[in-house]
Write a protein that binds this ligand. Structure first.
Ligand code: NAD
Length: 259
């Protein structure tokens, strides 16, 4: 039975992970961690041992895996802590930059440890990124629009950044904006990753959605994915928990386990 700690356990994703792990026969949640628990003044919540500090939970609960869905400002410290303790990790928290992933790879100093960092655990989103990379070979213009709920703490989304990186790996050249398309209001053309424009919408009612729009003269191709419920991420999270002890080092992207 694989012993799992859920970090960020009171959050939207963390609480979904607790439910998903609890449904599996070969794994169990042994503790939840969330600083918000201290304001609730209890150390057990819905029958689960709860901690406000990850280190305390790791010392007490002897986990095989820590699953992290917390905040961009905390996640790197959480990864370093788990590396020091030799506890493997599945990280869904977004806002981790490519430079941080490279820096992490450089400091991993043990071969009995692994962290899988996945900006998106939904299979449909991974396929969207894969199809977008394929389409990028044939089009000279592309822009990304991503839509998320209002509470999301990072922009653009990790999925949008990763999609742009994958497009940039194969892209033959982006048509520059015509000079007359200069911004009248700053930010009107969105953020840029290697020349790919990314537009981030934050509105109540959305969960996680993305469109990748390609164009060439006379045609448009739109590749779109919608996560309408956080359940969409759970099969990917469960797969990662199941496979993490067969991996070593820093693995970026769930697709590394899929194809
Ligand atoms: N990879 C994916 O497929 C995927 C999908 C959806 C969301 N996300 C990402 O997951 C993260 C969490 O999203 P959410 O919607 O659940 O957010 P949320 O705000 O609902 O939950 C975050 C939780 O983390 C807790 N927290 C804050 N600091 C902490 C710390 N230092 N240690 C432990 N817990 C801490 C908060 O109290 C909160 O309960 C975000 O970065 C989001 O972008 C990833």
């Amino acid at each position: 039975m694989k012993r799992v700690i859920v970090n960020g356990a009171l959050g939207k994703m963390g609480s979904e992970v607790i439910k998903a792990v609890s449904r599996e026969p070969d794994m169990q949640v042994v503790a939840g961690v969330d600083p918000a628990i201290s304001t609730m003044s209890r150390n057990s919540y819905e029958g689960l041992d709860f901690y406000s500090e990850l280190e305390e939970a790791v010392n007490a609960a002897n986990p095989d895996v820590v699953v992290d869905f917390t905040v961009p400002s905390a996640v790197m410290d959480n990864i370093r802590l788990c590396m020091d303790k030799g506890v493997r990790m599945v990280v869904g928290t977004t806002g981790i930059t490519a430079e941080q992933v490279d820096a992490l790879k450089a400091i991993v100093n043990r071969d009995d440890w692994a962290v899988l960092i996945a900006p998106n655990f939904a299979i449909g989103a991974l396929l969207m990124m894969r199809f977008a990379q394929e389409a990028a070979k044939y089009f000279a213009n592309v822009e990304i629009i991503e839509y998320h709920h209002r509470q999301k703490k990072d922009a653009p989304s990790g999925t949008a950044i990763k999609t742009a990186e994958m497009i940039n790996q194969v892209f033959n050249g982006i048509q520059p904006d015509a000079p007359e398309h200069g911004e009248i209001l700053a930010g009107a053309r969105g953020a840029k990753s290697g020349g790919v424009h990314i537009h981030s919408l934050r509105l109540p009612g959305y969960v996680a959605h993305q469109e990748v729009i390609f164009s060439s003269p006379g045609q448009l191709l739109t590749i779109k994915h919608d996560s309408t419920h956080r359940e969409s991420f759970m099969p990917g999270v469960i797969l990662a928990i199941r496979k993490i002890d067969t991996l070593t080092g820093v693995i970026y992207g769930l697709e590394q386990l899929l194809w």
